[in-house]
Design a protein around this ligand. Structure first.
Ligand code: PMP
Length: 355
């Protein structure tokens, strides 16, 4: 607190990101990073930018990257134009612009009671009225609950921190129930087992899909996020961006991210490795008596009927294994565990055996 702060700053409740500990040799399974590194072609592309051209500003439009994204999705049969793509400094920034530019209306924004904890923070930052809609008993989104007047709808798919996936036909029903407001599907984890809603953007002008390169493309440190939707929605994001920071992506980020979209083979192979590991972790956890929610993400959400989650998280930490525990009452008995490399997953299961 300081007398120099504005009233606005006093009342903010900032997001608290997962811990990034400085110690070595930790088994770090707390922030859903990818256990395998990015494509070697990405590193090469970033290195290729480290020269005297750094004196020049980057392309404010990140055109090379937008084209790479349009090409990537077009090759998969979703004909996406550059005008349907927005890019930003991590999908958190893209989400922030969407909250600012697309969700300020008379009715409240709707999102699940259990979802990404940054959403209420953006509501606080931008003064957006919101209501949290309870997931059902199985921690699934009930589409019917969103068919009412709203100033927008947002949810992660797969959901975070549950990992549960909402199928595309359910997303279509949700879109049909709210044609007058923006529906934002936050696909931070979609590449680990879901089908992207990008296939629906031509049909639904109110659909915005965001993705990140932090998870499935193993580039959390580069900070690149994207949005795909109708050009009018994209223009709103561009207007906000160009009223805030014209150069959110630097030269390395543009080149590295474009190379990541171009190297489809590496991407598919490394995602598949995580999916295979996830199946092994789920089986290992179930073998230890855990109940694990069905996950389409690079993490699992698990609880043990006879053991307290906070105690388990503390016990794991003592053994150098860090997972995420949320204090929110409905999920206080769960642990969110990132899928790591096979030896990390093994270390996790061994550490749990003794607790
Ligand atoms: N959405 C969800 C659901 C997330 O879990 C995260 C990662 N914390 C993000 C968006 C933001 O990711 P990034 O800013 O790294 O793109």
């Amino acid at each position: 607190m300081s007398k120099y702060w504005s009233d606005f700053v006093h009342q903010l409740e900032p997001y608290v990101p997962g811990e990034q500990p400085k110690m070595d040799r930790l088994v770090k399974l707390n922030t859903n990073e990818h256990p395998l590194g990015p494509s070697p072609k990405v590193i090469e592309a970033i290195r290729g930018q480290a020269d005297e051209r750094l004196r020049l500003y980057p392309d404010p439009d990140s055109g090379e990257l937008k084209q790479a994204i349009a090409d990537y999705y077009s090759a998969q049969g979703h004909a996406i134009q550059r005008s349907q793509v927005f890019v930003g400094n991590g999908s958190d920034e893209v989400l922030a612009h969407a909250f600012h530019g697309l969700f300020q209306h008379d009715a409240p924004l709707l999102f699940p009671d259990i979802s990404y904890s940054f959403y209420p923070v953006y509501c606080g930052l931008y003064g957006i009225d919101h209501e949290q809609v309870a997931l059902d008993e199985q921690f699934q989104i009930r589409v019917e609950d969103y068919a009412r007047p709203n100033g927008g709808i947002i949810f992660p798919n797969p959901n975070a921190p549950t990992g549960c996936l909402l199928p595309l036909d359910a997303i279509e029903r949700l879109l049909q129930g709210s044609p007058d407001s923006v529906v934002l599907v936050d696909e931070a984890y979609i590449d680990f087992g879901g089908e992207t809603a990008i296939s629906l953007v031509d049909k639904y002008p109110n659909l915005l899909v965001t993705q990140t390169l932090s998870k499935s493309r193993s580039l959390a440190g580069l900070r690149v996020g994207i949005a795909v939707g109708h050009p009018d929605l994209i223009e709103a994001l561009e207007r906000i961006k160009n009223s805030f920071n014209s150069y959110p992506l630097d030269r390395m980020a543009i080149a590295g991210a474009a190379a990541a979209f171009a190297d489809r083979a590496y991407f598919e192979q490394t995602c598949q490795q995580v999916i295979t590991s996830r199946e092994a972790v789920v089986a290992g956890l179930q073998g230890l008596g855990f109940e694990v929610l069905p996950s389409a993400a690079n993490f699992v959400f698990a609880r043990h009927p006879g053991k307290d989650a906070a105690t388990l998280a503390a016990g794991l930490r003592e053994q150098g294994v860090i997972v995420r525990h949320f204090k929110q009452p409905r999920i206080a008995q769960f642990l969110r565990i990132t899928i790591g490399a096979p030896e990390q997953n093994q270390a996790l299961l061994e550490a749990l055996q003794g607790l």
